[in-house]
Design a protein around this ligand. Structure first.
Ligand code: ADP
Length: 415
């Protein structure tokens, strides 16, 4: 909070909401110093065993609170969040709240930047549901719910696809019939854009250079995973496509496959469209290959000599290497390869294996630096390496809050 010369209060808080189909993640930040005042999550919305986990962080932070009990819908979930925040004196009715920032997964071609939500904007997000059937409906519900609670506040949509809208046409288009593609808005949109934007900018900072001067390959390796090639701060290619299914091997998604596999499954294995959808999105990737999608468990199994886990790991690494090579060629000159998200930030063996053998490209990992555990952005390549290998923890909520605050106050987004 910043008191103005007249003693009035300037609103500096931003509530960030990330609504999933049965969950609501939230963070309250103070943009005066980008500090987090509270974080939490409502999960299993619509079930008997819904759970609210709330962690107050302001003023040293009180103990984490948790409660279980039925929460019928997103409206009830946000009410529960508001109650938790009120208990800490951080109520959503506070005049210090400047805006609510929403993660919206699919913004199509129209939304290239954070956008204040209007009825027309909501209608456009709705129009994109066919290309993001799992995500956009939940995001819309989250926005409507927040509007009902604070109709006077700006609601800002921050799109996962926005950062990738700078991709040149030759990277964004699939090589299919143009009329069919355009009629159904089939093209590569890319996702995790908020993370790729934040991490590529932080990497430039870590290198002590301006974002415009550096070329970076970002590897966002969480349960979902994507790579991007960022040239001078602008995305020029990314591995996810029309949907988040394309690209890297993920926790439960296959990533790249021959599309004819889907015809084959239907014609020969007698599977329905939905069966194939579930197979490729939920039962493939690491979980399909070895039964586990948690990299910690996979590494433990490999250490015990489990061959199935080893093969899954090798397939995962092989795909990652192919993308590093591809994006190296796309960029021509690379200043850093950066790892982020759950696997990228924590799994040293993944970083080591993905970079192994790429010395000719100027890429080397220093075993000691790579083994260090830290929450800070850091370089894990030796000084002599031509290209830096870095680990930069992602922070999508901070990026959403900064973009939201910048939009509603007219200030430039901070780096
Ligand atoms: P998402 O946001 O996509 O759900 P995260 O970025 O939180 O995912 O990443 C979750 C994944 O990170 C887990 O499934 C696990 O594979 C991996 N992970 C988390 N911690 C570790 C760790 N200490 N070592 C290895 N992998 C880890």
């Amino acid at each position: 909070m910043t008191p103005t010369p007249t003693g009035a209060v300037t609103a500096t808080r931003v509530l960030v909401l990330n609504s999933g189909s049965s969950s609501l993640k939230y963070q309250l930040l103070d943009m005066d110093d980008s500090s987090r005042l509270a974080v939490g999550l409502v999960e299993r919305i619509g079930e008997e065993t819904s759970r609210v986990v709330h962690t107050p962080l302001a003023g040293g932070g009180a103990a984490r609170r948790e409660r279980t009990g039925p929460i019928a819908d997103h409206g009830a979930a946000l009410k529960a969040v508001a109650e938790e925040l009120a208990q800490d004196g951080l109520g959503v009715d506070s005049p210090e709240l400047a805006a609510i920032g929403h993660r919206v997964v699919h913004g199509g071609l129209r939304f290239t930047a954070p956008t204040v939500v209007t009825d027309e904007v909501l209608a456009e997000i709705e129009r994109l549901v066919p290309v993001a059937p799992l995500h956009n409906p939940a995001n819309i519900t989250g926005i409507r719910t927040a509007q009902a609670v604070r109709p006077d506040l700006p609601q800002v949509a921050v799109f996962d696809t926005a950062f990738h809208t700078t991709m040149p046409e030759y990277a964004a288009r699939y090589a299919i019939d143009v009329e069919t593609a355009d009629a159904h808005r089939i093209r590569r949109y890319g996702f995790h854009g908020t993370s790729h934007a934040y991490v590529s900018r932080r990497t430039a900072e870590l290198l002590g250079r301006a974002p415009e001067d550096v070329n970076v390959i970002v590897l966002h390796l969480g349960n979902g995973a994507s790579a991007s090639a960022v040239a001078g701060g602008r995305c020029v290619d990314t591995s996810m496509g029309l949907t988040p299914l394309e690209g890297l091997v993920m926790g439960t998604r296959s990533g790249d496959i021959d599309p004819a596999v889907t015809f084959h499954l239907k014609r020969v294995a007698g599977m329905s469209e939905d069966d194939v959808d579930v197979l490729l999105n939920k039962k493939s990737g690491l979980v399909g290959l070895c039964g586990d999608n948690d990299m910690r468990e996979i590494r433990r199994r490999i250490d015990e000599g489990d061959e199935q886990a080893r093969l899954a790991f090798e397939i995962y690494i092989h795909r990652l290497k192919k993308y590093i090579g591809a994006y190296y060629a796309v960029l021509g000159r690379v200043d850093a390869v950066v790892f982020t998200a759950g696997v990228g930030e924590n799994a040293a063996p993944v970083r080591e294996a993905a970079i192994a053998g790429l010395e000719e490209l100027g890429l080397v990992v220093d075993a000691e630096l790579n083994a260090v555990r830290s929450d800070e952005p850091r370089i894990v390549s030796p000084d002599y390496a031509r290209v830096a290998v870095a680990v930069v923890p992602t922070d999508e909520e901070l990026e959403i809050a900064q973009q939201t605050f910048a939009l509603v106050t007219g200030a430039p987004a901070e780096g």
